[in-house]
Design a protein around this ligand. Structure first.
Ligand code: HEM
Length: 424
């Protein structure tokens, strides 16, 4: 299934998505759920039910419990689809043509974010072997080059600029191309198709077409790496010592998944993180005065913003007691990372952005066997990206009133649609 899998629409009721007056705080509706208990029942817009976990300890327990499965595809009800979509999906499965219930794309084999051990373990281990210290170090140098290039282009063009299109989106997207070994000439097409795939507003037909094109492109890429290995992740997987060897289908899926998982997340952290700094001038001043704060600053921004605001999601494979409720086999459970990462039982003053905060073990990258594979790379992008931005754009400020910044409440990954900025 395509990268859009990671972005499946979940019909949460509006009050669990709408932010209050503070664009960085979780929706007040989620705070109200927390008041009911660490695990609370929610009725979705399509009439299905869901358990929402807002407690830190309960989330860690859930994400390390083998009685919960990440394979929500095998449980279409767990995806909170419209009942009609479920019927369509079940008919397709019966006819042997069923795939992803959202897109009806044929079933695929490498998207391990939706797999459980031991299948998950096999693929994850192969990937971990590709995120080598040497490769990450080389990538770090490229991250800096790309960041500098984009900030300098903004300066050359002059204020105002949209930080999202001019900086926050291209940085992670070019870094992923670098990691996967996509040739410079192919980048534009690759990025255009990605933009469609991550856009939930794109209609089904457009998305399917972009998916088919991207799939074909990835197949070509894998074939090319087979014939001409280079020093990149796909070549490393193709020519590694996987036993049994990875199939082309698996290689294509793994690459598409890396693309989807590593793209919008980092981009939204960069843009929303900058917005948060601009709205907390004392914190921004501290970071400008003491650039060595960047490491704790990035951890605190990850916690404070927790941009993955609709997941992780799991489905119970048997009855489980969790946080004072009985989750029945087949029930869907969603972790609310923005709530979990502000659990008052866990952090003093959780609603305060404090870039000096230490012992800040948050769940913004998830927890357990599916904990984010790209987290070290994401940290490098955030540290270098924010540092270059602040160092090269003195007087960075919003170019519109804060209330006019468009928030991505309706998207799977929270953030801003655009961030108009100016500088001195
Ligand atoms: C998994 C967050 C950047 C690749 C996850 C999960 C979260 C997450 C919460 C767990 C999902 C679950 O348990 O169901 C983030 C955030 C990022 C980020 C907040 C940026 C700030 C990246 C990057 C890459 C990446 C840059 C790739 C280079 C992955 C992969 C998984 C994953 C492959 C699935 C791991 C597995 O199933 O074993 N991420 N991510 N992520 N992430 Fe990230």
């Amino acid at each position: 299934a395509p990268a859009t899998d990671v972005l499946i629409r979940r019909p949460l009721p509006p009050e669990l998505l709408a932010r209050g007056t503070d664009p960085f705080a979780p929706p007040p509706g989620l705070d109200a759920l927390r008041a009911q208990g660490p695990v609370a029942g929610v009725r979705l817009r399509n009439g299905a039910n869901l358990w929402m976990v807002t407690g830190f300890a309960e989330s860690k327990a859930l994400l390390t419990d083998e009685r919960f499965s990440a394979d929500t595809h095998r449980h279409p009800n767990a995806m909170q689809l419209d009942p009609e979509q479920v019927v369509r999906h079940q008919a397709a499965v019966a006819a042997g043509t069923g795939g992803c219930p959202v897109t009806d794309v044929p079933p695929t084999g490498g998207r391990f974010i939706f797999m459980d051990p031991p299948e998950h373990t096999r693929l994850r281990r192969l990937l971990v072997g590709q995120f080598t210290v040497r490769r990450m170090r080389a990538l770090e140098a490229r991250v800096r080059e790309i960041a500098v290039e984009h900030v300098e282009a903004m300066r050359a063009a002059g204020a105002p600029a949209d930080l999202v299109t001019d900086f926050a989106l291209p940085l992670p997207s070019l870094v992923i191309c670098e990691l996967l070994g996509v040739a410079p000439a192919d980048r534009d097409g690759f990025q255009d198709r990605t933009a469609v795939l991550v856009n939930l507003d794109a209609d089904e037909e457009t998305r399917l077409r972009a998916y088919a094109e991207q799939d074909e492109f990835m197949r070509g890429l894998v074939a090319d790496k087979r014939a001409h290995p280079a020093d990149d992740l796909i070549s490393g997987l193709v020519h590694g010592d996987a036993d049994p060897a990875l199939s082309d289908r698996e290689l294509v899926d793994i690459s598409s998944m890396l693309l989807g998982a590593g793209h919008e997340t980092t981009a939204n952290m960069l843009a929303l993180g900058t917005f948060a700094l601009l709205e907390h001038p004392d914190q921004l001043a501290a970071l400008r005065a003491e650039p060595e704060l960047i490491d704790t600053a990035v951890e605190e921004l990850l916690r404070y913003l927790s941009v993955v605001h609709t997941g992780p999601v799991r489905v119970a494979v048997q009855d489980v007691e969790l946080g004072g409720v009985t989750v029945r086999a087949g029930d869907t459970v969603m972790v609310s990372l923005p709530e979990v990462d502000r659990d008052p039982g866990r952090w003093p003053e959780p609603d305060r952005l404090d870039l000096r905060r230490t012992r800040n073990h948050h769940l913004a990258f998830g927890h357990g066997v599916h904990q984010c594979l790209g987290q070290q790379l994401a940290r490098v992008e955030l540290r270098i990206g924010l540092a270059e931005l602040l160092a090269r754009l003195p007087g960075l400020r919003l170019a519109v009133p804060p209330a006019e910044v468009g928030l991505r409440t309706e998207m799977v990954i929270y953030g801003v649609h655009s961030l108009p900025v100016a500088w001195d």
